[in-house]
Design a protein around this ligand. Structure first.
Ligand code: GDP
Ligand code: MG
Length: 166
């Protein structure tokens, strides 16, 4: 069980926080500012029988410049080189244009895509069901995981499933 998994999602959904929790080291810079992590930062999760290389892919969002266009293309090409993609969204916010921009780009990616609904520590269970419904049919997801990257809720279960599927 080993492979490469890319994490995509709007700025501030919790990609770096997840990476730090999954891998245990402070390998990605955490910040409230969008685009703090401009480059692919890799965290390696290793156990006796499994290894996942996580790739933080912060560049996939609506570009504001030609440099931005280049970054989106470069991030998208990464997605075709990995074994699976985690698409992370924010449970505290409605699905918006930033999410839809990414969803439209992911339609061309022929890899298993996991929908990760993060920050569930901040939402009521009823609201979580609404958010899951909002996204459920946006792509053909391999699996859907509500998690809290901050407090770790459901993160070990997610990692176990990723490993099982690799
Ligand atoms: P990124 O831009 O997607 O890498 O997002 P970050 O990992 O930098 O997180 C953005 C902000 O959201 C930070 O203030 C994090 O502490 C916060 N955050 C991330 N995950 C969670 C979570 O599961 N719950 C809560 N309450 N906050 C979170
Ligand atoms: Mg980040």
């Amino acid at each position: 069980h080993s492979g490469f998994i890319a994490i995509v999602g709007r700025p501030n959904v919790g990609k770096s926080t997840f990476l730090n929790r999954a891998v245990g080291d402070k390998i990605a810079i955490m910040s409230d500012k969008p685009q703090t992590t401009r480059n692919k930062i890799q965290g390696i999760y290793t156990t006796d029988d499994a290894q996942i290389v996580f790739i933080d892919t912060p560049g996939i969002h609506k570009p504001h410049s030609r440099l931005g266009d280049f970054m989106v293309d470069s991030a998208l090409s990464t997605l075709n080189e990995v074994d699976a993609v985690m698409f992370m969204v924010n449970a505290t916010q409605k699905r918006g244009r930033g999410d839809d921009f990414i969803i439209n780009r992911l339609k061309d990616v022929k890899k298993p895509i996991y929908l990760i609904i993060n920050k569930i520590d901040q939402v009521h269970p009823d609201h979580l069901l609404e958010i899951m419904d909002d996204y459920r049919d946006s792509l053909e997801y391999k699996d859907v995981f509500p998690i809290s990257a901050l407090n770790g809720n459901n993160v070990p279960e997610l990692i176990q499933q990723l490993i099982a599927d690799l």
